[in-house]
Ligand binder design. Structure first.
Ligand SMILES: *[C@@H]1O[C@H](CO)[C@@H](O)[C@H](O)[C@H]1NC(C)=O
Ligand SMILES: *[C@@H]1O[C@H](CO)[C@@H](O)[C@H](O)[C@H]1NC(C)=O
Ligand SMILES: *[C@@H]1O[C@H](CO)[C@@H](O)[C@H](O)[C@H]1NC(C)=O
Ligand SMILES: *[C@@H]1O[C@H](CO)[C@@H](O)[C@H](O)[C@H]1NC(C)=O
Ligand SMILES: *[C@@H]1O[C@H](CO)[C@@H](O)[C@H](O)[C@H]1NC(C)=O
Ligand SMILES: CC(=O)N[C@H]1CO[C@H](CO)[C@@H](O)[C@@H]1O
Length: 286
């Protein structure tokens, strides 16, 4: 059983799924585990920018199912395409249910960030218990939906309001600004930013190993209490994030902006607009 942690990175590779999975498996996650610590690396080879897309969501949903059962083997179930609404939480859409489920895993979750993580990617980071990054220029975080005529539909703005405060949440969410690792650490968006990858990895592995020493029940119990006072409720996320984005997504303004973005980034491939969205987004409005 995994008492502690799994670690996410925007780095590295390959995968495996030893279990018969409920959703299709795409091999976007590489997991290794020992001594109660599981490392999970997200490497989405279906996307040149490691997009948090349906492939990653499908693989993560399968992993969540294993972790919810505390690492025990799961039953064999037929593969099915991703549903729009989550079958187990029918008033939540699949991605919203996915990040909601991550918040309440019994294990401690630690996100390790070494690249750009925006939009739903940032909502995923906020759903983890802790976040660590480097101060490298490649680290840029953003909750950028407003620039698409949308709102953060999985509750990212709500989590940020709690982590960085109301005024800063408005500044970064409404202006869809990028934040670098050092500033993110100063504001509380992430726990800490390290100067090098080696320091980052050493710190997180030591933290994980330490947490993994302790009995699982205490970790799960402590998480429930912290969640109760720091995480928006399911109803608040549904009513004030998910329901709003569903309406906004249908508006001509939002659809036009998405189409413009897809065209300008050649369907989200590596280009200045993707890499440096916070600075470059103004070109979409010229
Ligand atoms: C992701 O996986 C691909 C294919 O296996 C590999 O070439 C690439 O190096 C991996 N990326 C990282 C950052 O490890
Ligand atoms: C997994 O472990 C946690 C913490 O000990 C416990 O609350 C939960 O009921 C367990 N889940 C299953 C499916 O056994
Ligand atoms: C979320 O967890 C519930 C159980 O609480 C499960 O029924 C559902 O399939 C899970 N969904 C995802 C996307 O992990
Ligand atoms: C969503 O469904 C859950 C049960 O899974 C229920 O507790 C909650 O009240 C529902 N919320 C909304 C806003 O429909
Ligand atoms: C963009 O790429 C995705 C795969 O990442 C593909 O499913 C989709 O059809 C592409 N869209 C366009 C407009 O090329
Ligand atoms: C969930 C998971 O990946 N569990 C693996 C942990 O590592 C052992 C071997 O070290 C595997 O047998 C488990 O399947």
């Amino acid at each position: 059983m995994f008492r502690a942690l799994f670690r996410f990175s925007t780095l590295a590779l390959l995968v495996l799924s030893a279990h018969a999975a409920r959703y299709p498996s795409f091999g976007t996650l590489q997991t290794t585990n020992s001594s109660g610590v599981m490392n999970v690396v997200i490497n989405n080879t279906f996307s040149s920018i490691n997009l948090f897309d349906l492939h990653v969501q499908s693989d993560l949903a399968n992993l969540i199912e294993i972790l919810q059962a505390n690492g025990t083997d799961i039953r064999v179930v037929p593969e099915s395409p991703l549903p729009f609404y989550d079958p187990g939480l029918p008033n939540m859409t699949f991605p919203v249910a996915l990040v909601w489920n991550i918040t309440q895993l019994p294990q401690a979750t630690i996100a390790v960030i070494e690249g750009r993580t925006r939009g739903f990617g940032n909502e995923f980071l906020m759903s983890c218990d802790m976040r660590f990054a480097t101060t490298a220029p490649s680290v840029l975080l953003a909750q950028l939906e407003t620039s698409f005529g949308l709102n953060p539909g999985a509750g990212g703005g709500m989590y940020l309001a709690h982590e960085i405060g109301r005024g800063r949440a408005f500044e970064y969410v409404l202006a869809s600004k990028d934040i670098d690792g050092a500033t993110a650490a100063r504001y509380g968006w992430i726990n800490r930013a390290f100067d090098t990858s080696a320091e980052l990895r050493d710190y997180v592995q030591a933290l994980a190993a330490r947490i993994a020493l302790f009995p699982a029940a205490g970790i799960a119990g402590a998480k429930k209490g912290i969640n109760a006072v720091s995480r928006p409720s399911m109803d608040v996320i549904i009513e004030y994030a998910q329901d709003i984005i569903e309406v906004l997504a249908e508006t001509p303004a939002a659809q036009a902006l998405s189409e413009k973005f897809i065209a300008a980034t050649h369907n989200q491939s590596i280009c200045p607009l993707e890499l440096n969205y916070g600075e470059e987004l103004v070109t979409l409005f010229q």
